[in-house]
Design a protein. Structure first.
Length: 198
């Protein structure tokens, strides 16, 4: 089975591309964010480790992870971020590999793994190809401001906290530039998938 990593910057349209692949082209897509939520669900070992490392304030009253509280702790603290990644990333990778093995056993010819940090973590090397979704910086800022209801300064800071899109584009097997309308994007996704799955 051919495996494709799918990534991009914030507000470039990565999730929209994943939806087109899944809903219109019938491609199995594993969402790393969903996997990340599953591995920190109540009762999972990762949640217990996170609570032990960061304290009970990262848990809600019902025992679930308080993502906002944990996010505030790791945002400006590289060592805390590293500790969190050390707890979660190996488990996320293992769970994704488990899903991919299951799809291969079911006879799927190809599958995509959607994840924001494929390049940053080096995980893109685990896949046969990398599909990068990008757009013009002005488009990215406008989308982010509109989606998150934030000022241009806030949006700019958010974008600047991420790896530059050019770095991801440089590593992409195929790059989709998502600056047009929905039909243009659909056509680009179909063309990209034809290239990647052949």
């Amino acid at each position: 089975m051919k495996t494709i990593g799918l990534t991009g910057g914030i507000a470039t349209g990565k999730s929209t591309v994943a939806r087109i692949l899944r809903d219109e082209l019938g491609v199995p897509v594993i969402d790393a964010d969903q996997v990340a939520r599953e591995i920190v669900a109540p009762g999972q070992p990762a949640l217990a480790e996170i609570a032990a490392r960061f304290g009970p304030s990262v848990l809600l009253a019902d025992g679930a992870l308080d993502r906002r509280a944990l996010g505030a702790m790791v945002m400006g603290d590289p060592l805390a971020r590293q500790a969190l990644d050390g707890i979660t990333h190996p488990r996320i990778r293992a769970a994704i590999q488990h899903h991919l093995r299951r799809l291969a056993d079911e006879g799927a010819p190809a599958a995509a793994v959607e994840a924001a940090l494929l390049v940053e973590t080096g995980a893109y090397k685990l896949y046969d190809a990398l599909l990068v979704v990008s757009c013009a910086p002005t488009t990215q800022l406008q989308r982010l401001m509109s989606r998150e209801k934030m000022s241009e300064d806030e949006a700019r800071r958010w974008v600047q906290s991420q790896l530059p899109l050019a770095e991801k584009e440089r590593l992409g097997t195929v790059v989709i530039y998502n600056d047009g309308d929905g039909d243009t994007l659909r056509a680009a996704v179909r063309a990209a998938w034809d290239t990647l799955s052949s």
